[in-house]
Design a protein around this ligand. Structure first.
Ligand code: MEV
Length: 429
């Protein structure tokens, strides 16, 4: 089947072609211009050899804005937080909320041992409840085999620590599920845990007479939670009324999954921005967060806000965070390494604590804006600027146009175009 342009995207052995050959194919397929090729060749500031150690079929790299949110005080320590995100206002909002939450103890964030769960799903097991107990009796042997895959991890005090069993009733019959409980220390842990699952599967098949259908970690990392708390004075928020409205907004999120999803999105704005800057598997973090938010069978907010008897506002957040400071992207991506250096974190535990704290601060900032001036005002300046650029303005002109449009209260593409035309005409005279 060929594409609308009459060209086929079925390209045998694409991955084996040289970079030049790949680019030529894409150029022909998508009618790229010389300028497009120049952009591709800039590699978004990433060296091709770095990109090529990360994924397949690489032809270029793409940059996102990289920002620093100051003001964070977490567990008594000050942090400058690198954030990578495309959305206006998020970084400013995080910095503002971090400033408000600095007072007193600052933000307190705690994550425990970095425990991941590996799963082996065994189908076709006769008497799975009975076999489950036999599996548990072989716990020691299973753990030993799992730990033989990563002796460094085990020698540092990590590795497989326990075995658990569950019998699932699926629409295709019963499935015996074996969980490996693994302390992954400072790694995100996917590689270590997946290897362990694959390595123990033959023994589990032998023990149960079943077939190991799936052998992979669970992204519902509910043994790897971060718990964050923070406090802010009502007067710093703009008064008791604002604090009460934030408390109400939190209650609404608990009563309404439609709102809870948006409430949690605000948290993830902060969490994922730090995840991107530090080279984390952000899809794993998202999957874990939303699965955890639904753990009761109902989708709930990951944080809540309440008033103290003195009239201040206290917030708490609890979510899984599977992150790493060794291995994976962190090992190869120079910007991820640099982000960890700027943060000055020394462990996955600390990184998770920082990310959770950013999530709570981001959430507070969003709720404060929502219950007072609304969210759009903060977005407007950058939005106006990007409309001006879309209308053909240079970056210098865009700055001026954004200011004019904001002053007029008329921020639109059409207005940007008209103003730009006038501005250029005036310059000619
Ligand atoms: C926008 O990116 C995030 C918010 O929608 C979060 C929220 O509604 O709480 C503002």
């Amino acid at each position: 089947m060929s594409a609308l342009n009459g060209k086929s995207s079925r390209i045998q052995g694409f991955h084996k072609l040289s970079h030049e050959e790949k680019v030529k194919i894409i150029r022909d397929f998508s009618n790229l211009t010389d300028d497009d090729i120049v952009l591709l060749e800039k590699w978004g500031m990433m060296e091709s050899k770095v990109a090529e150690t990360m994924i397949e079929n690489v032809i270029s790299a793409m940059s996102y804005p990289y920002a620093i949110a100051p003001n964070f005080r977490i567990n008594g320590r000050d942090y400058l937080v690198p954030m990578v995100i495309e959305e206006p206002s998020v970084v400013a909002a995080a910095s503002n909320a971090a400033r408000l939450m600095r007072e007193g103890e600052g933000i307190i964030s705690f994550s425990g041992e970095q425990i991941m769960i590996g799963q082996v799903h065994l189908a076709g097991v006769a008497n799975p409840e009975y076999k489950a107990l036999e599996v548990l009796e072989k716990r020691k042997e299973i753990i030993e085999i799992a730990n033989s895959t990563d002796q460094t991890l085990a020698s540092l005090g990590g590795g497989a620590k326990d075995v658990e069993v569950r019998v699932l009733s699926t629409e295709k019959g019963k499935v015996l599920t074996v969980h490996l409980i693994v302390n992954v220390l400072d790694a995100m842990g996917a590689n270590a845990v997946n290897t362990m699952c694959e390595r123990v599967a033959p023994l589990l098949e032998e023990l149960t007479g079943g077939r190991a259908v799936l052998r992979i970690l669970s992204n519902l990392a509910d043994r790897r939670l971060v718990r964050v708390r923070g406090q802010v004075k009502a007067e710093d928020l703009g008064g008791r009324e604002v604090a009460e409205k934030i408390e109400l907004a939190s209650a609404i999120a608990f009563a309404d999954p439609y709102r809870a999803a948006t409430h949690n999105k605000g948290i993830m704005n902060g969490v994922i921005a730090v995840a991107l800057a530090t080279g984390q598997d952000h899809r794993a973090i998202e999957a874990g967060a939303h699965a955890y938010a639904s753990r009761t069978g109902r989708y709930l907010p990951l944080s809540r806000w309440d008033m103290t008897p003195e009239g201040d506002l206290v917030g708490t957040l609890e979510m899984p965070l599977a992150v790493g400071t060794v291995g994976g992207t962190v090992r190869v991506h120079p910007m991820a390494k640099l982000s960890l250096k700027i943060l000055g974190v020394n462990s996955a535990k600390e990184l998770a604590e920082v990310m959770g704290a950013v999530g709570l601060a981001q959430n507070l900032a969003a709720l404060r804006a929502l219950v007072s001036e609304g969210i759009q005002r903060g977005h407007m300046k950058l939005h106006a600027k990007s409309l001006a650029v879309m209308a053909g303005a240079t970056y210098e002109e865009a700055e001026k146009l954004a200011e004019l449009m904001e002053k007029e209260g008329n921020v639109s593409y059409k207005r940007a175009k008209d103003l730009l035309e006038n501005m250029r005409k005036e310059k000619l005279h």
